[in-house]
Design a protein around this ligand. Sequence first.
Ligand SMILES: NC(=O)c1ccc[n+]([C@@H]2O[C@H](COP(=O)([O-])OP(=O)(O)OC[C@H]3O[C@@H](n4cnc5c(N)ncnc54)[C@H](OP(=O)(O)O)[C@@H]3O)[C@@H](O)[C@H]2O)c1
Length: 426
Amino acid sequence: MLEGYHCLTLTHREAPLETIGQLVLRNDADRTPELVLQQLKTRFDWEEVFYLATCNRVLFFYYQAVPAKGVEPATLVALLRPDLPAQKQAETASYIRQINGGEAIQHLLEVASSMDSLVIGEREVIRQMREAFEQSRDWGLTGDHLRLLMRFTIETAKSVYSQTGIGEKALSVVALAFREMEKHGLHRDQRILLVGAGQTIALVAKFLDKSGFRNTAVFNRSLDKAEAVAEYLGGKAYPLEALASYQQGFDVMIVCTGAANPIITTDLYEQLLAAETGPKTVVDLAVPNNVAKSVVANFPMHYIQIEGLRDAARENLAYREKEREKAAVLIQDKIYEFRQRWHERQVERSMYPIAEAIKAVREKAVSEVFGKDFDQLDPAAQELVHRMLAYMEKKCVAIPMKAVKEIVLHASRERKMQPATDPAKP
Ligand SMILES: NC(=O)c1ccc[n+]([C@@H]2O[C@H](COP(=O)([O-])OP(=O)(O)OC[C@H]3O[C@@H](n4cnc5c(N)ncnc54)[C@H](OP(=O)(O)O)[C@@H]3O)[C@@H](O)[C@H]2O)c1
């Protein structure tokens, strides 16, 4: 039954990210993640286990058919981090939740569908989950129960993304800024000035690269960082002070430095215009702004700044939250579906010995029971008998399998019809 599925989970909802980081398995030479997981599996008698660590969670998902007491979070932490002081161990353990059966499955489906993420709708988690499962499988830690659930989980996450808007509408400031810029008609050959070369501008560079912008000039206080960004984009790098003598004009200026005072002053802006009079697109992602207010007031421009984008990000987040509600309804249906699929799989597995026995009967019929008669047949007749027996063998397995699956399906439907049933309960 689904009661065999269990999960020990530590998430950003309950714990500080630093605490989560403490439970991520480290790749120490004498205590590799594979070794630690094998030890946990043996110690707690888990039949199968898979381990997932992302920047906002750590989870151990395991299967154990026999009724089990569950794992004390304190015991888990003591095994994983014997080096931590007792008080720290106790604090970490207090954030861990043990959930079982249908609730554990629901949790896994929600994690894969990014309904439980720090940034709702972040598709990245599907890839992380698939890779985590494959890693645990390659270490020989998983089996049929987790394989079945993982396949179903990935399918479910994809359905959530395609049937709801949970992953729609950008949330990152850079993505939103790019979208705004596109509204003003970007062309690949436009001249782009980048001022700054920190993390934000590096992200901007990724968007520019993806859209094929190459006509770029990067200005930064430290020239080496400007060079790295310029090389990535196939553009040119300059030290920040070279802005004052830059004569080549621009179409789009994207500014983002940690400077406390405006870098783009009226005089500098006028000089950078190189006597061009048309409106420019100016993007200021810095806090506080790097473009002086007087520049925005006195020159024609499409001005995009972080404060306006934050409002858009909040609106988009609210939209995703709303879509999360739709996803939650879908997940409830999926839990019923998985229960049915799990039972069908158990039927298939229970039929293996019958299938083997029928195969043995077929072989015995040809080699022993009707062996002499069979040997006297010509090759074409022997071939026909083989094909007929293969057909019979297939049907002898398929007919009872179908009958039992129908009984399971019927029972499952009956259960779904009962209004008071909580689908998360196994
Ligand atoms: N990423 C976002 O979504 C986001 C969100 C909110 C706010 N921001 C704002 O973006 C700005 C930069 O963030 P970041 O994440 O890119 O930072 P970062 O990776 O630390 O990079 C800082 C950049 O600013 C330059 N810089 C720092 N102080 C300067 C100064 N006094 N004069 C000239 N240049 C200076 C640095 O030049 P060196 O290379 O020479 O050090 C570097 O290019 C900050 O205002 C931050 O508040 C970004």
